[in-house]
Design a protein around this ligand. Structure first.
Ligand code: 5BU
Length: 470
């Protein structure tokens, strides 16, 4: 522990006490923003020196130092300078041109990479970095960090064979606060307990009693035909992965549908980008969906008057309701306009089971961040529960387990496509942002080995769901 470092951070008011809501929605009694470190080179040096002391004292072996992007990069640079060690840089997004490398710098497989992090919470972003380094053949068993928030990171990392050592822990900070009479010992215990407690979404609508989010219970109680079908598939096939098959030819779609069949709960299409749509294709795809037990999802994003949407969903060359079990609808037209869609559920000649409302897009600069917009969308879904199964969203938008929360913008190896799409990890999408189904496209379809990726996302999705609801 470095008391001097804590004292310096304390003097700069880096530790704030109060009631804070973290990015995940979790409440925290203390907020620590180590990014303020960057503006003080003195503290940054002190933090780097303390990390080097840990490395030396524990004889941690390494051939390269790797900072977890982005906040830890300046500290990692200073550590390399002090130790005269070579640095590697992990990219958050693969370059869209040239080598598509995820690690910059020269390295040899089989050598040891030591990870440097600023703050550890759940350990997830460290693990993502480790996975990438290991995939490149680097040996990765140790992480040093400036601060451990004591929220389970050590154990999560241990499970993956990673040893974490930190300069300061949350307990150290609270002990320091006790020593300067800022808090009592009793308060310290309360704070540590609160941080270690499993996260339960606050503000449950059923009188403050935490809602039951387990899919098994939600499947048993749902009155929505689409949600029953999807949850039955998720539970039976053990997959909450929806594949976005954004291909322009029916041959490509059928090829991926055949490969993906056993691994997905839904296959999402953009029918209007397909150049050779035909009734024969619809027949083959429907047969594949039936034999492999997945739902066909047309991401049409309807947004018009009720009458026009009615025509768009059932008529024209695509006749969407004759093959799609679910579609997306924008909430912009308002509640009355989606009522005409109800007539297609359970109607002869229609395969539609329900729809999702778009509460929030994954794109950079989206206008759907507006809280009133989201609230209005939730209200519209609540008023039309028979046809609306849930939402497309980035974070779970309602504290209502009768809806399902589907989320696009998921990719384990990149964070943006350079055209506005924003990707985050499966863990973030499900454990932190509380969604139920992950929608993954190019991370699978553009990979040289799509089947390995289907399995990877399927496993990661179900693992995250179990971690969220344990
Ligand atoms: P990607 O290749 O994983 O980026 O594909 C994501 C898919 O989800 C793609 O078909 C998009 O049209 C779709 N999508 C999205 O990415 N973001 C959104 O907010 C909505 C849909 Br709504």
């Amino acid at each position: 522990m470095s008391v001097e470092l804590i004292a310096q951070l304390y003097d700069r008011e880096v530790f704030k006490l109060g009631e804070f809501v973290l990015k995940s929605g979790q409440k925290s009694p203390i907020y620590i923003d180590l990014r303020e470190l960057i503006t003080s080179i003195k503290i940054l040096r002190m933090a780097a020196q303390s990390l080097c002391d840990i490395i030396k004292k524990n004889n941690i072996e390494y051939d390269y130092i790797v900072g977890v992007p982005y906040a830890a990069l300046p500290i990692a640079t200073l550590v390399c300078d002090i130790l005269d060690a070579p640095m590697l840089l992990r990219r958050k997004e693969a370059k869209s041109y040239g080598t598509k490398k995820l690690i910059e710098g020269k390295f040899e497989a089989g050598k040891r990479a030591l990870i440097v992090e600023d703050v550890v919470t759940s350990g997830q972003s460290i693990y993502e970095t480790v996975e990438i380094l290991r995939k490149e053949g680097l040996v990765c068993t140790d992480v040093v960090s400036v601060l451990d928030r004591q929220q389970g990171g050590v154990n999560v990392l241990k499970k993956h064979g990673i040893n974490l050592m930190s300069v300061i822990t949350m307990s150290d900070i609270l002990d320091y606060m006790i020593s300067v009479d800022k808090i009592t010992a009793q308060r310290k215990t309360e704070i540590i307990d609160q941080l270690a407690a499993p996260f339960i979404p606050v503000g449950a609508e059923n009188g403050g009693v935490p809602a039951d989010w387990k899919l098994q219970s939600r499947c048993e109680t749902t009155e929505n035909a689409l949600n029953r079908r999807i949850m039955e598939i998720i539970l039976k096939k053990e997959t909450n992965l929806c594949l976005a098959a954004d291909y322009t030819s029916t041959e490509q779609i059928l090829k991926i549908a055949e490969l993906a069949g056993p691994h997905i709960c839904a296959l999402k299409l953009h029918a209007d980008i397909v150049k050779d749509w035909s009734s024969g294709f619809v027949k083959t795809l429907t047969a594949l969906a039936e034999s492999n037990d997945f739902v066909i999802f047309e991401d049409r994003k309807f947004a018009d008057t009720g009458k026009t949407m009615e025509l768009q969903i059932s008529q024209g060359t695509l006749a969407i309701s004759s093959w799609a079990q679910m579609v997306t609808v924008h909430s912009t037209p308002g509640s009355a306009s989606i009522k005409p869609l109800k007539q297609f559920v359970g109607k002869d000649g229609s395969r539609l089971l329900g729809c999702l409302l778009i509460a929030e897009l994954s794109t950079e600069g989206t206008l759907t961040k507006d809280e009133n917009y989201k609230k209005g969308t939730v209200k519209m879904a609540q008023d039309n529960k028979d046809v609306v199964g849930g939402f497309i969203c980035q974070k779970r938008v309602a504290n209502d387990p009768s809806f399902l929360y589907w989320t696009p913008g998921v990719n384990l190896d990149a964070s943006t496509d350079g055209s506005g799409q924003q990707w985050r990890s499966v863990h973030q999408a499900i454990v932190e942002e509380k969604n139920d189904v992950i929608i993954v496209g190019r991370a699978i379809t553009e990979h040289a080995d799509p089947v390995s990726q289907l399995k990877r996302y399927k496993e990661a999705g179900m693992e995250a769901l179990a971690a969220r609801d344990h």
